[in-house]
Design a protein around this ligand. Structure first.
Ligand SMILES: C[S@@+](CC[C@H](N)C(=O)[O-])C[C@H]1O[C@@H](n2cnc3c(N)ncnc32)[C@H](O)[C@@H]1O
Length: 203
């Protein structure tokens, strides 16, 4: 499930990863975003995947109030794709704490097994919580303070200008970079990836 899913682009990455590994399981994907501006793209996505075994659905509702969970009572993966940098930019300091608290309650209440944070590379400051990375670290520390056992991995790309001492692993290749499509000039001069990922596995 994806919070602040926007166009839900991660669906394609997940399906590609399963196909490469020849894993024939269906995904059950639920994306939530408060903005309905993404609806046309979400509908394109649903239509183009309707003939596959995957079940993809989008909601323009507040996840914390509206998520009903999956049939087996487990959510294998919570995706936070460029969501926390959005919160870092637009929420007050109090609002950021409140949002992370809500997220932690949600994670524990809905039996979330894994969390994937994918966001811009800006590392930010602990005191002002001015980056997605800092909000994710706050989330992890709050989970820890609740006595939850977890493992965490931090990953970034070789060109990353600055990061803390969390033990970041550097990708050796840029093979996550989108392939340039003919006529798409937005990708001109984009030669390498620049994002950070944090993956939490709840034991
Ligand atoms: C920067 S966009 C990222 C969209 C998408 N995940 C992507 O990577 O393209 C952040 C999105 O988070 C959504 N958002 C922010 N707070 C939210 C909340 N509390 N519940 C659901 N969506 C939220 C916004 O509406 C916005 O579409």
């Amino acid at each position: 499930m994806s919070l602040g899913c926007g166009p839900g682009s991660e669906v394609y990455g997940i399906i590609k990863a399963l196909r490469i590994r020849k894993i024939g399981v269906p995904i059950y994907y639920e994306g939530h975003d408060l903005l309905d501006v993404w609806e046309p793209v979400q509908n394109l996505c649903k239509n183009s995947l309707s003939s596959t075994q995957h079940v993809v659905d989008f909601h323009t509702t507040n996840l914390f109030a509206d998520f009903h969970g999956f049939d087996n009572g487990v959510t294998n993966l919570l995706i936070l794709n460029y969501l926390l940098s959005h919160a870092a930019k637009f929420y007050s300091l109090q609002g950021k704490h409140q949002f992370v608290d809500e997220l932690v309650d949600f994670i524990l209440h809905h039996n979330i097994r894994n969390i994937l944070f994918n966001d811009i590379n800006y590392y930010g400051n602990y005191a002002s919580l001015d980056s997605g990375v800092q909000l994710m670290n706050l989330l992890i520390s709050k989970i820890k303070s609740k006595g939850v056992k977890y493992t965490v991995g931090y990953a970034c790309f070789p060109f990353d200008p600055y990061r803390g001492n969390e033990g970041w692993k550097f990708y050796k290749k840029n093979n996550l970079l989108f392939q340039k499509l003919d006529g798409n000039n937005f990708m001109n001069n984009v030669g390498y990836c620049n994002s950070k990922q944090i993956f939490v596995h709840i034991q």
